[in-house]
Design a protein around this ligand. Sequence first.
Ligand SMILES: [Zn+2]
Length: 315
Amino acid sequence: MYPWLRRDWQTLLDVAHAGRLGHAWLLLGDDGLGKEQLADALAALHLCQHPTADGACGQCHACQLLDKSHHPDFNRIGREGKSIGVDPVREVCRRLNESAQLGLGKVLIVEQAERMTEAAANALLKTLEEPPGNSLIVLLTSQASRLLPTILSRCNKHHCLQPAEEVTLSWLQGQGIMATPSQVRLCQGAPLRVKAYLEEGSDAMRRTLLEAVVSLRREPTRLPEVASAMATDLEHTIPWLQLLINDVLKCQAGCGVSQLAMPDLDSQLHELAELCSCEQLLDSQRDLVALRERCQPGQLVNPSIHIQQWLSRWL
Ligand SMILES: [Zn+2]
């Protein structure tokens, strides 16, 4: 278990040992906190033939089958694809309605549950209303606001919180990854996101792209090239631009380097703080929020043009 999840696990274990686990749980928290590990531990506890005070025994036939991904009463959906459609949900609900092959209980884990289509959510709702036999349904989400209120109201909820910065830094160090506090802040304090971010080399790309954005004031002809580079990965680049503007506003307000999300761009941030008015920055920030809303997957036909418009307006 990840060190920052141990307290969450103990809380859930206490509920289970008190016999109050019920049939449905919603685990909430940012991506990159490892909520999946908690869901797996709950599943293992529910299916284990000889559960212990710490959770599943890890030794019994059920635990071994689960470990090899061969447990017939365990179901998981939501890891792949852009959305979770009604067909896979109907199929797992049908399986939950059959009797448990090992006779102990059944489990369904729905990862990234906010990606369920409305039809899929409604199909799941029927099962959540009348959970068959000894079944446990665990939903995971980072965006509870995108779930149907009727789904939310039928689940017990547990919020996973981001760990303290020192916990993340020391865990990363144990993984052989030397991260800086600013890299942790850039990934909203989620340890697994920091790990992926650094392993993908995204931090170097962030620096290069944002340096290019700042240089547009001096080299406006680079606008199409910079816009097209930003448009290739809007999921990352728009939040970077938002942090950039926030940091420039902080510089204007006289904040020190330690209060910036991106202290490594200190000189560029101060350059923009000198050049831009506060109103201009606030307008840009507002436009960026609107652009981010429109950039949900599949909604924007030509993101490069939109990002170019945004860049040209505030430069
Ligand atoms: Zn076991």
